[in-house]
Design a protein around this ligand. Structure first.
Ligand SMILES: O=C(O)Cc1cc(O)ccc1O
Ligand SMILES: [Fe+2]
Length: 452
């Protein structure tokens, strides 16, 4: 195993296959990686003394006693134990990053809502640029989620973060970000996603700004791949297309700051060095990235429009089987071939609450108004569906096989109602006239038979 230095100064292992620069393929694999030869103990976790004078430390992402097929933990071999990366904490305010329950009596969450992209403005980092749109459930009982928009144009310098509350699913829409984490380095850009696990320390650098994107903060059980049922062993998101970074560390003794999100509150402490000092690690609790262009959509090939669950990329279970705390659903380029069928999403009401974001292009149910960077919310049991233009086009055009090109939108769908934050209700660019997109839908029924 050789090593090389990244521009950010981190020393990184080279990957074992040589085919995926800096990443190892697989979802939930038991990985092992070392940035210095022999840093990783073999055949055991806790030798009396570790090579290079490293300290062994376990990071547990599930309860020690979680069923073995769900049990996740990683063994880190680091320059200092994490406890040396902490001191007394003081509370700080990040007023626009909210956690559930956040129910403002002056905000009405009942409604069909849509927002234009939140504009860039002042200099913002990953921490100061997080803007919560909705919250659901309760962060203290580890149930539910929050959705955010991030606006980032400044790198974190000598500043690090972890969330004890949640794993973060990051969906970029604009710009390129680098996540320098304890377990390695992940770069992402639009049409890719990343999952940053609960408890993992990292800083976020801007590779190409300004950056805007969406975040789903999952308070509950971790995201996993959905079962494919009769679809079989392939298609949808395939495990090998997920990439986990190889080990990378920095040995930097400079005054630094660590911010921690814990039970919805932010805390800070000073530390005299970089906490990204894990030289080698092995385990199955690790950050991961995924290229959404490798998602293989499966759909209807004769008639009718299936439920959107057919496009689930990742699902975070709740206690109720088949009823997710969060589903992450992708509407990407695909062919529409269904005969004698109303092809766009049907009109519907859903017990689940649907927050959607547009990554690029045009969404078939909303040809206008739902633009890249924009967000819509159709909350629990609130009717919605195609706007007037989409309805007319889908109902009266000659049906032929049609490629839906230039389109990538997604949905964070949760079993819990989503509450708007004061930011979403009062500061974000809410489209006051959104519901007018259905206003001109006509009554066509006149009591006489025949397709109208
Ligand atoms: O509301 C939406 O646009 C999302 C959606 C898409 C679809 O194809 C079927 C149902 C659904 O909620
Ligand atoms: Fe819907």
């Amino acid at each position: 195993m050789t090593r090389h230095e990244l521009p950010s100064g981190m020393i990184r292992a080279t990957d074992t296959t040589g085919t995926h620069e800096g990443y190892m393929p697989g979802f939930g694999n038991d990985f092992e990686t070392e940035a210095l030869p022999g840093a990783l103990p073999q055949g055991m976790n806790s030798p009396q003394r570790c090579n290079y004078g490293l300290y062994g430390e376990q990071l547990s992402g599930t309860a020690f006693t979680a069923p073995s097929h769900q049990n996740e933990r990683t063994w880190c071999y680091r320059i200092r134990p994490s406890v040396k990366h902490s001191s007394r904490y003081s509370k700080i305010d990040l007023p626009l990053w909210k956690s559930a329950p956040c129910v403002d009596p002056d905000v009405i969450s009942l409604g069909q809502y849509r927002w234009d992209p939140v504009p860039h403005g002042e200099d913002l980092t990953w921490l100061t640029g997080m803007r919560t749109m909705t919250t659901a459930g309760d962060v203290n009982t580890q149930v539910g989620m929050a959705t955010h928009i991030y606006l980032v144009n400044e790198s974190m310098v000598d500043s690090y973060f972890f969330s004890a509350d949640s794993e973060l699913l990051v969906v970029p829409q604009e710009g390129k970000l680098r996540f320098c984490t304890e377990l390695g380095v992940i770069d992402i850009e639009p049409q890719e996603i990343a999952i940053i696990p609960r408890g993992l320390v990292y800083r976020v650098e801007v590779l190409e700004g300004p950056c805007r994107g969406f975040v789903c903060e999952n308070y509950g059980q971790k995201f996993e791949l959905p079962g494919r049922g009769p679809i079989g062993a392939n298609c949808m998101a395939n495990r090998r297309d997920f990439k986990t970074p190889v080990a990378a560390y920095e040995d930097r003794e400079v005054p630094s700051k660590l911010t921690i999100k814990w039970c919805g509150q932010f805390h800070e402490c000073e530390i005299p060095q970089s906490p990204l000092d894990v030289v080698a690690w092995h385990g199955n609790y690790a950050p991961v990235k995924y290229d959404l262009k490798t998602y293989c959509p499966v759909g209807s090939i004769l008639f009718d429009h299936p439920d959107p669950s057919i496009f689930t990329v990742l699902t975070a279970p709740s206690g109720v089987p088949g009823t997710a705390n969060i589903d992450f659903v992708l509407f990407r380029e695909r062919w529409m071939v269904m005969e004698d069928t109303f092809r766009p999403p049907w009109y519907h009401k859903n017990i689940m609450s649907e927050l959607m974001g547009n990554i690029y292009g045009q969404y078939d149910a909303k040809p206008q108004g739902f633009i890249p960077g924009g967000v819509s919310l159709h909350n629990m049991m609130l009717p919605h569906g195609p706007d007037r233009d989409a309805f007319d086009k889908a109902s009266y055009s000659e049906l032929e096989p049609e490629k839906l090109d230039n389109t990538m939108s997604f949905m964070f769908e949760t079993r819990f109602p989503q509450h708007l934050t004061p930011f979403a209700a009062n500061e974000a660019p809410l489209q006051d006239d959104y519901i007018d997109c259905w206003k001109t839908i006509e009554k066509k029924f006149d009591g006489t038979p025949g397709k109208k």
